[in-house]
Design a protein around this ligand. Sequence first.
Ligand code: HEM
Length: 547
Amino acid sequence: HAVLSSYVAHVREFVANSSTSYLVALALVNIPLISIALNVLFQLLPRDKSRPPLVWHWIPVFGSAAGYGQDPIQFFLDCREKYGNVFTFVLLGRRVTVALGPEGNNFIMGGKHTVMSAEDAYTHLTTPVFGKDVVYDCPNEMLMEQKKFVKFGLRLENFRAYVSMIEDEVIQFMNKDSSFRIFQMNDINEWGRFDVLDAVSEITILTASRTLQGREVREAINKNYAQVFADLDGGFTPLHWLFPNLPLPSYRKRDLAQKKMSDLYIDIIRKRREAGNTSDEVDMIASLCNQKYRNGKVLEDHEIAHIMIALLMAGQHTSSATGSWILLHLAQRPEIVEEVYQEQVKHFRNPDGTWRSMEYEDIRQLPVLDCVIRETLRMHPPIHSIMRKLRDDVVVPQTLASPSEDGSYVVPKGDMVLSSAAVSQVDPLLWRNSFEWDPSRWADPEGVAQQAFKQYDDENGAKVDFGFGLVSKGTESPYQPFGAGRHRCIGEQFAYLQLSTVVATLIRRVEIKLETDMPKPNYQTMITLPKKPRNICYRRREFEQQA
Ligand code: HEM
């Protein structure tokens, strides 16, 4: 007691003799140091053995944000070395528990949705962008029904109509856009170049709006809506996931853009209803009009509008990132471009040198192109981290990870859990030359790739209906670029159709090559995109081969 009294007296005297600014400066220096010291101390103290290991970090709250943000794949692989398949890291004040490997994928992607909630993990990011009452702003059962409505729009007869529309958009783009100026000059000797992400993003939005989004949206893209879309997109970043509402311009622009986009769709729906002619359109708006939930409630106009925004956002960056990586890898491997080209020649070249249009059924019979897309999605799945938020404590299966032979880890309620197919898809323990882009691995009937694909998409294998039709379960596969389980992507077939048609149409017309090294992935965006410089050089193929 005497020591404490004397200490307090010393502190009082020190404070009385110091200026305010000196004290403030002292506090500013010491508070962070003290909190770092406490954080270190906390990690050194004996821990509850039932909690998964915590990734070592110096700075409280900030945690492992730098390592994860810079390169999540390397960060996870390094953490696995130290802590095993299951570990927790701190990400700007959140606790995130990662489960790796095919069993980790299954643990999270196959987890109960009532406990591992996607809506709790994502709604604060998605609802301001998509709008109310859809996707993660409604009960999970409603999302499943909304996915069923969308699947109805993604049916075969619509797909059949889409191929020639996509082809036409790509040809128009190549004939008009300034990035293809050298192509337009008809010179087969000169090389031009384009920024691959810029070009493919543009082509993706043009083709998606011409097909799924519909005539009116395609027209709007040419008018003032490019900026509106850019503003909405600016609200879909990791910052907006971490902090849903900050007084910054990007948040204000996001909210204004959401209202404008929503109004655009509602206006289209009303006009179409008034004209009474929705039936002959092959787009998604036509398919969503007049849909009813199982309880008899019709899908309202604002819900259709918000589903359309969600689809636009879900397909835009995923497909443009994948298309860009496909072209970058092809540009680096002329012998594989030649194989893709010869496959096109074999199936679609007329004797007079002109090209026959592709049909939807043809696209499914192009093994070289198919392997190229699958391999690109293996190495560059656009979404590297899939999150759920725990509504209850969850026990980790002992076979996945455990503190001891007779103990189990328990992940506490409130933690985020994270599954990363981006890791299992390049895991050197599972794949031969896992970091090498090698489409031929998909052609080996006995190889790991085929086995993984069978687990993911087995036509004859186990199927589950979560409310949007039968889907392959796929949760145990190391290969799941489109997710798995009840939140599995419904845009997969559309994405394949769009990517195949875009790549084939381009490769028919130009040779491509890469002048630089393969660009590094940028993980600081929601979707893993190629960093700059990412130019692709092109040269027009011989004129008589053009359509
Ligand atoms: C879900 C990937 C294109 C619509 C997902 C998920 C992934 C994914 C990984 C699961 C997310 C999770 O579990 O949290 C991709 C990739 C694409 C692509 C790699 C293209 C290469 C598209 C397109 C559309 C679309 C074109 C729309 C036409 C959806 C929808 C969901 C989804 C509606 C369901 C969300 C849920 O149930 O929670 N996608 N996607 N995606 N995707 Fe895609």
